[in-house]
Design a protein. Sequence first.
Length: 70
Amino acid sequence: MSTAQMVRRTGVLPLLAALLLVLAVAALRLVSLAAVVIAAAVDGVAELATDALVSVAGASGPVARQGGPR
C-alpha cells in the first residue's frame, strides 16, 4: 500500500493540510523576521554613515542648506 493510499483510507488528509499550512506560516514569519533584522541593520549603518559625513562636512566648512530659498 502506498503512502497516498494510506492517507486516503485513514482520512488524515485535512490534518496534513493543516500541518502544511502551519509550517508555511512559520516559514513566512521567519523570513519576515529576517527582513526586519536586515532592515534595522541597514538603517543603523546609514545612520552611522550620515553622522560621519555630517561630522566631516562640519569640520571642513559650511554645509549648504537643502530645500532652496526661504
